[in-house]
Design a protein around this ligand. Sequence first.
Ligand code: NAD
Length: 260
Amino acid sequence: MSKRFNAVITGSTSGIGLGVATAFAAEGMNVCLNGFGDRDRIEETRAGLADKYGVKVMYNGADMTKPAEIRALIEEAEDVLGPVDVLVNNAGIQHVSPIEDFPEEKWDAIIAINLTAAFHTTKAVFKGMKERGFGRIVNVASAHGLVASPFKSAYVAAKHGIVGLTKTVALEGAEFGVTCNAICPGYVKTPLVEAQIPDTAKARGMSEEEVVQKVILEAQPTKKFVTVEEVGALAVFLASRQAGSITGAAYQIDGGWVAK
Ligand code: NAD
């Protein structure tokens, strides 16, 4: 990589986001981490990545439901690292419930974090990317951005929405060297998936083990969880200069789930 890219990855204190941040740092990118969690552990992660890969790693704890904090995150990243070359919209939450019981505040939070936050981050970086003639925006959608499952109304709506946003941003950036693509993972074993196993068991009247075997791994012909390292490698490629003609795409990385 000729120039050292500066990357912001939302929701990167855990799971897929942390996997992407690690893969980016390993490629020599400076990264801005974001997300919630224990401050000491986050600092350990930040310092560990900086030491191991010899790159700048910063942390900003902006809450993705708060547009002013999102704008301040991008400003701080630009002050500390320099212009943002790569933006990964990854922060996300889930709630599993039949629609008649679906809590309204959960709907609002999922739409805010999983969809609207990506509008605010993109808006904050887009002008600069266009002016510099280079930018890479990667939205972590989901297989649920392409197909639905019951009991995940807000999540499926938000993820289909972000695939649509991806296409629009791709068209607006196309002549300016700015690409925008979505990654659509199947099930990756992260805290987000582990936490939904008990609720899915309740909603479907199954044991937790049955949920893993009959709902989760049943969806994926490979019968294996996707790994954060695999998602990180795809994000590295989409962020690279070589991926300049790939834009507006929604990449399945789902063990064959959506092919069925
Ligand atoms: P995770 O729970 O491990 O990580 C989520 C991250 O988002 C954490 O860093 C968390 O602190 C952060 N976050 C949550 N709310 C936030 C907020 N309000 N503001 C800022 N950060 C916030 O989950 P994950 O599985 O790694 O999920 C990451 C993304 O991948 C999500 O968008 C999710 O929908 C998507 N995804 C996950 C899977 C899967 O199977 N795990 C599959 C497809 C897509």
